[in-house]
Design a binder for this molecule. Structure first.
Ligand SMILES: C[S@@+](CC[C@H](N)C(=O)[O-])C[C@H]1O[C@@H](n2cnc3c(N)ncnc32)[C@H](O)[C@@H]1O
Length: 277
């Protein structure tokens, strides 16, 4: 469960600004597996509203979709009702560190934008991350693939134009964000190998909505990025006032353009792809 985001509320508006970004990278990684794509069982760990499951359900044999939040799962189930009835997808309301799945029962696992919600930080050595990866190692068949879509600390700092308005929240989220090197080391210790990392520079978590500069003024838009749950109430009032002023003076668009420059070279997300041998 996320320690800071209320996903019951967020589930209602999540799909307004989120898409299954980078699904082509996931497909490419799955195609490297031992079995043909159509025969693979894929675990969508922290499936949320099922955006990635919906994009991939017709590509694989079956999806096991797991999430701790009943609200998010309900949206996913409504979206994939027909596929659930035909057995192409099964939903599990569960924590991803204790999955109701047998050992060596899935061909691949994808984890999209979930890591930063685990109750961990650098000072403790990321034990919740380790528990989740051990669980994935258990349920993966030998040769199976794990695909992790997450933001690196550097991407959090440079990859989002509006984060310049909320520096304290960035510090808070960075404390909960494992570095790419530590992540790769942890995966290796658990037994994963052939780890590689890919950064799709053109992928934005909120897709086109990312460029709706005055979206900040809309609570539904803000619910598309859990960072806003880490912004203090008083700070939020100040930020909304600043954004309104910039908008009124015709300076909001230039502000966005100026602070969006670094994203073009560092991207917003990294895909870490690794294998159990
Ligand atoms: C940012 S959303 C991502 C949803 C989906 N993967 C996507 O990319 O559209 C994070 C999801 O992870 C789920 N989550 C967080 N921690 C979890 C845990 N320990 N076990 C299961 N689900 C978890 C939340 O309930 C939420 O649905």
């Amino acid at each position: 469960m996320s320690t800071y985001e209320n996903y019951h509320k967020t589930s209602q508006v999540y799909d307004k600004t989120r898409t299954a970004g980078g699904v082509e990278i996931i497909l490419e990684a799955l195609k490297e597996g031992a079995l043909p794509l159509k025969e693979q069982v894929l675990l969508d760990a922290g499936c949320g509203t099922g955006l990635y499951s919906a994009a991939l359900v017709n590509e694989v044999r079956r999806i096991e979709a797991a999430d701790l939040n009943a609200g998010m799962l309900k949206i996913a189930q409504a979206k994939l009702q027909t596929e659930e009835q035909s057995g192409r997808i099964r939903f599990h309301e569960t924590a991803i560190d204790s999955l109701p799945l047998a050992d060596e029962s899935v061909d691949a696992v994808m984890l999209n934008q979930v890591l930063h919600h685990l109750p961990d930080n650098a000072a403790d050595g990321w034990p919740a991350h380790a528990n989740v990866f051990c669980e994935f190692f258990r349920v993966l068949k030998p040769g199976g693939c794990l695909i992790i879509n997450s933001c690196s600390p550097e991407q959090l700092e440079k990859g989002f134009w509006f984060y310049h308005l909320i520096p304290d929240a960035i510090l808070a989220i960075k404390e909960k964000t494992i570095s790419l090197d530590t992540l790769a080391n942890q995966l290796q210790k658990i037994g994963f190998s052939e780890t590689r990392q890919e950064v799709p520079l053109d992928l934005m978590l909120q897709d086109e909505a990312y460029f709706r500069a005055d979206g900040i003024l809309d609570p539904d838009w803000r619910r598309g990025d859990s960072i806003w749950s880490l912004v203090e109430e008083k700070t939020l009032v100040d930020v909304l006032e600043t954004v309104s002023d910039l908008k009124q003076n015709g300076k909001l668009e230039p502000f966005m353009q100026q602070h969006d420059q670094a994203r073009k070279t560092c991207g917003q997300v990294t895909f870490t792809i690794t294998r159990k041998h």
